[in-house]
Write a protein that binds this ligand. Structure first.
Ligand code: RP5
Length: 161
């Protein structure tokens, strides 16, 4: 069986953003697989990958794309597993294009769309872990520890104003 989390990005250029998700998954020691596959440039390979991922233990997909970002929606169209979308920040429209392309899905085919860029990528990993955590109490308690440690960091802040 392969990893439960499968990350797909539309281009190698998306990796800089997706890396924020990868860092979180590594911190949680959650195995994942990451691939470059494009809804527009390699549509048949994408669908073949979704099928093989479903048959090898995938539980959740993360899909990152920029511009005319059809990727997450196309993944969602081909699987009943949860799909989390990361809209990549673009030079021309600052990622608003990616956000709208990813979030504005027709009723019936949902994509859990995160915020634009690196924050969205980090949250995509955390969202995927929460989905797995719904049936994995140990993972859920590790997410709680992660949040407590973030809260502790914020409480420590002393502003010199
Ligand atoms: C999208 O086009 C990709 O997800 C990427 O964000 C964007 C630009 O791709 P490259 O020209 O960098 O390959 O499909």
């Amino acid at each position: 069986m392969g990893s439960r989390i499968r990350i797909i990005m539309g281009s190698q250029s998306d990796l800089e953003t997706v890396d924020e998700a990868i860092k979180v998954l590594k911190e949680f020691k959650e195995p994942f697989e990451a691939r470059v596959l494009s809804a527009h440039r390699t549509p048949k390979d994408l669908i073949a990958y979704i099928r093989s991922a479903e048959n090898s233990g995938a539980k959740v997909f993360i899909a990152a794309a920029g511009g005319a970002a059809a990727l997450a929606g196309v993944v969602a169209a081909h699987t009943c597993l949860p799909v989390i979308g990361i809209p990549i920040e673009t030079k021309s429209l600052k990622g608003l294009d990616s956000l709208l392309s990813t979030v504005q899905m027709p009723p019936g085919i949902p994509v859990a769309t995160m915020g634009i860029g690196k924050a969205g990528a980090k949250n995509a990993a955390l969202c995927a872990l929460s989905i797995l955590g719904a049936s994995d109490v140990r993972l859920r308690s590790r997410i709680a520890v992660f949040r407590k440690s973030n809260a502790a960091k914020i409480r420590k802040i002393r502003l010199k104003v």
